[in-house]
Structures are given as structure tokens and as C-alpha cells.
Design a protein around this ligand. Structure first.
Ligand code: ZN
Ligand code: ZN
Length: 139
């Protein structure tokens, strides 16, 4: 693996920065109750990478275990959500898309957990929807 930095990220205040040497694996929107609370937003958009392709060259983000096997990282100075890691996705780190400087390049492929979608969010982008993360269907 070449260690040329391909993508970068930064939180709102700039204390946490990321450098990524690998390609994104996928991107999707998550409407689960845990992502809703962690971001105080209707849904969260993620871009997944191999954990080994990522380094944090400035401040180490703080970490909160929101459920068993789940690590949510955020900036300890400004509170911006940074990433998600879960045992269901071993070896991966899922960045909040807009933490990444190249967010415009990562087009989401699906909506997951639409089971808990806010009733006032209207999905009109024609992406596939999953009731949970692997169960296809309208929420
Ligand atoms: Zn910050
Ligand atoms: Zn979620």
C-alpha cells in the first residue's frame, strides 16, 4: 500500500485532523436512533475506509462507546462528530462524510435504518432503502 495521502479531514475547530491513504469502500446515510442522537440530526452520512488507511496527525479524537462494540469518535475541543467503528464492520472506520475535505466526491449509495427515519424527511433521491442495515424495503 502506498502511503500517499489521498483524502483529508478536519473538525470544525481544526484540532482533529485525519489523513487517509486508501480508497473509500462505500458511503451511505444512516437513520438509526443512535446516529440521530450522536449527531442531533435526522440522519448521518458516512464514508467507510480501512482502519489501517487512516491516521490522526493532530489531536487524537475523544471516544464514546455508544453501545457494546461501538466506538464513536468526536473532537474534544469543538464536539464535532468524527467517526464510527462497530464490531459488525471489523477493520473499518466510518467517517462522518462532512468531516472529510473531499465530501463532495463521496456519493452515498443507500439509506439504511429507514425504519427510524423522521416522518418529515422525504427521500426523493431514488437510492435503495433498507429497514435496518441489511434488510431491504421501505421504512
Ligand atoms: Zn474540533
Ligand atoms: Zn446509524
Amino acid at each position: 500500500m502506498s502511503d500517499e495521502v489521498k483524502f483529508t479531514g478536519r473538525c470544525l475547530c481544526g484540532a482533529v485532523k485525519a489523513e487517509i491513504v486508501g480508497a473509500p469502500k462505500w458511503s451511505s446515510h444512516c437513520h438509526c436512533p443512535s446516529c440521530q442522537k450522536a449527531t442531533s440530526a435526522a440522519f448521518a452520512t458516512y464514508v467507510g475506509f480501512e482502519r489501517t488507511a487512516v491516521r490522526f496527525p493532530a489531536d487524537e479524537p475523544k471516544m464514546y462507546r455508544s453501545s457494546p462494540g461501538v466506538k464513536r469518535r468526536f473532537c474534544g475541543a469543538c464536539g464535532s462528530p468524527v467517526s464510527f467503528e462497530g464490531e459488525a464492520w471489523p477493520g473499518e472506520i466510518h467517517f462522518h462524510a462532512l468531516f472529510l475535505d473531499q465530501a463532495r466526491e463521496f456519493e452515498p449509495e443507500a439509506h439504511i435504518y429507514v425504519k427510524s427515519r423522521m416522518p418529515w424527511v422525504e427521500l426523493s433521491d431514488h437510492l435503495p432503502t433498507f429497514r435496518k442495515f441489511d434488510e431491504e424495503g421501505e421504512g
